[in-house]
Structure formats: structure tokens, C-alpha cells
Design a protein around this ligand. Sequence first.
Ligand code: NAD
Length: 296
Amino acid sequence: MKLVFIGLGNMGLPMARNLVKAGYEVYGINRSRGREAVFAESGGKVGLSLKELAMQADVIMTCLPMPSDVEQIYLGTEGIVANGRNGLTLIDFSTVSPDLCVKISSAAEQAGMDFLDAPVSGGTVGAEQATLSIMVGGSRQVYERALPVMEKVGKNIYHVGEVGNGTVVKLLNQLMVGIHTQAASEAMTLADKMNLPKDMLHRILSNSFAQSRIYDRHYTQFVEKGEFQAGFALNLLHKDLVLVKKMADDIGAALPIGTHVEQLIDTAKVKGFGEKDMSGMYLYMSEINGQRQVTK
Ligand code: NAD
């Protein structure tokens, strides 16, 4: 079976590597060529164009940053739907809007291709260890056919109904990721102000109701080390919260805290924190509190 993986970034590269490790023939495509070279070092195949691959592949997967990237790769004149062969299976692991998933799926169907929206959660560690949660929307039959491939990159895989539904679940996840990020950042910066050691705070709250996976991730992988190189960039979290807001607005649902967190992250982006990991909200909150942190 010939697989193609487009978008060899923080998530895509380890996911594509796991498919190679599982024994598949995997072709990688990335906008910046350096990532393709890294993939080739792990046994991935590179060097063929999207047009060439779209005529040969059995399954094409994508893990791209922004909805505009996803739309262009699937629906652009040089993209998959216009140039792919009949019978292709398409799986998008990116986080976009449910509407875009439906739009791609309809175009794919008309071209004789099957599409699944399959956004993931679990971060770069989950991508490396192939333990991602995957929330899949699309026909049950296509889901079952694609399951053996998805099982090589994820552990908890859920079929949640028609196309776009996987993305609805993922966006609800991201709403909570955003709010928990802000909650943890505020608690940690307030602890700093009160001269309370953050390792002690983390130890105690890990056994208390304030415990959260996001707090644990942000503290142990980033804040404690003073390192904020993006596993998941604040820019991407902001993109997700804008998507959540649009989804809520479309059905007239209130989102008081989510909206506020979206605006806070937007300001942090303007202040230059967008490329940092999402745990960089701690740095931004520290700056607001007049406690600039030393980072590596
Ligand atoms: P990233 O920016 O690290 O990687 C994206 C890669 O796609 C980059 O290497 C970029 O060069 C490439 N790319 C962009 N446009 C392209 C194009 N047109 N053609 C080919 N390659 C292109 O992003 P990421 O963190 O891997 O996230 C990817 C997606 O997965 C996003 O939608 C994000 O929201 C989602 N996601 C990320 C995480 C995480 O922890 N990083 C977790 C869950 C979901």
C-alpha cells in the first residue's frame, strides 16, 4: 500500500515516521524541504510532486497548520481533488472548521474519493509514541478501511459520525485546552508573586482538584525547564479558539470565558509570543505581572 503524508511538522513528522516503522511505503511532502530531508533519513520517501503522487497513492494524509493550507492542498488547482485518482482515501489530521471538512468531503466525493476528518490530540509526545487520540468523522465503511493505518499513529480512535463531527469534538477539546492553559498560567504566575515554589505547587495540585493534563504538560515539559520551543505553538492554539468561536457563533451559543481567552492569546501574539509553545502564556502572564522570566 502506498501512503502519502503532507505536512511533516511537529506532529506530521513523528506520525509519518511511525507509518514507516510499521512497514508502509510512505512518501512525504513538506513546504520547507529541510523537513523532507529529515524524513528521508528515517526511511521515508521524498522527491515526487503532489500531482505525481495523487495519481499513484492509495491513501493521502495531511497534518497542516492553518485551514487555508488545508483548503489549498485539497481544493486548489494544483491540489489533491483536482489531480487525484478515483478511489483515493483522504485523511486530514489537521484542526480546521467542520464546514471546511464538509466542503472538502463533497468535492472529494464528486471526484470519486473518500474523505475522513481525523483531528488528533496528545501532542508531540503522543505523536512520537503513537498514542494519539483520533476523532474521526466520515462514513463507517471508510473509517473501518482506514483504521489499520490510523492505528499506527494513534491509540484511542473514535468514530463520531458524519464528516465534520470529529472536528466538532476536537474543537471542544481545544476550548478546554485554551481555558486550562490560561488557568494554569494565572495560577503559576500568582504563585511566583506570592513567593511560592512552583514545584511544590505542582506536587500538591497534582493530587488536588486543580490537577489537569494541560497544567502537568505545561509545567513539567516547559515551565520547569525554562524552555518554550513550540510543541504546539500559541499561534495554533489561537487559530483553534477562533474556530471554536465561529462554531459557537454559528449556532448562537454563548462562550464567555472562551472568547476572553481567545482575546488574551491574540494580545500575547501581538506582543511576540505566537511562535512559542502554548505554555508561553505563562511567560506572557509573567510579563503582565512585571516578572519577566529568564528562558533558554
Ligand atoms: P507545524 O507548523 O509544526 O507543522 C506543519 C508543517 O506543514 C510544517 O512543516 C510546514 O512547513 C508544513 N506545511 C505548511 N503548508 C504546507 C503545504 N501547503 N504543503 C506542504 N507542507 C506544508 O504544525 P503542527 O504543530 O504539526 O500542527 C499541524 C496541525 O495539527 C495543526 O492543524 C494543529 O492545530 C494540529 N495539532 C497540533 C498538535 C501539536 O501538539 N503540535 C496537536 C494536535 C493537533
